[in-house]
Write a new protein. Structure first.
Length: 183
């Protein structure tokens, strides 16, 4: 369970870094209420333990000439053999494929493909994807408008449980005890 692994400060660190991965350690430490040295130790541990996988710049797709996004459903022949693994390795190696998910439903895989234009998508589809031996069927869905992409991961499920919250102090216990005896 993730709650047992990330304490409140760790959760504040990962939330702050998701919002701004360029924060200096000093700024991050101030934001989460630590001094710089313990903050850096925590960030290093979060990186080492795989909670923080990497840091990168998110580029504007249209600004760099990638104006077309296509969600591609792919059905393949067979699933449980080495050929399916080979298919997966080949698909994720295509630079046009920016996300690939094995899914349950009408298709086996859902790919997010980004290319400059429809001609480039046709070259990708015919020259790469349909050349893979296991591909049985492809369904292309062209994104008309992107409303949300590259968002930070939701962290609400990491909120502290009732057991994790700080215990009541002595004065709080006395107040509770008095209010219960008056009832």
């Amino acid at each position: 369970m993730p709650n047992g692994v990330l304490d409140a400060i760790d959760r504040r660190i990962v939330a702050a870094l998701q919002a701004d991965g360029r924060l200096s350690n000093v700024d991050l430490a101030e934001k989460v209420g630590l001094s710089p040295s313990p903050c850096l130790r925590r960030v290093t541990r979060l990186e080492r333990d795989g909670f923080i996988e990497s840091y990168r710049a998110i580029l504007g797709r249209k600004k760099i000439g990638l104006g077309l996004t296509v969600f591609v459903g792919v059905k393949i022949e067979g699933h449980a053999d080495d050929r399916a693994t080979t298919f997966e390795e080949e698909v994720v190696a295509f630079p046009e494929v920016i996300a690939c998910h094995m899914i349950a439903g009408e298709v086996d895989y859902l790919l997010e493909v980004t290319v400059p234009d429809l001609d480039a998508y046709q070259r990708f589809l015919v020259g790469k994807l349909l050349d893979l031996p296991l591909v049985r069927e492809v369904r292309s869905n062209i994104a008309i408008q992107t409303l949300k992409a590259g968002a930070a991961l939701p962290l609400g499920h990491l909120a502290p449980s009732a057991l994790e919250r700080r215990p009541a102090g002595k004065s709080e216990l006395r107040v509770r005890a008095r209010s219960q005896t008056r009832k």
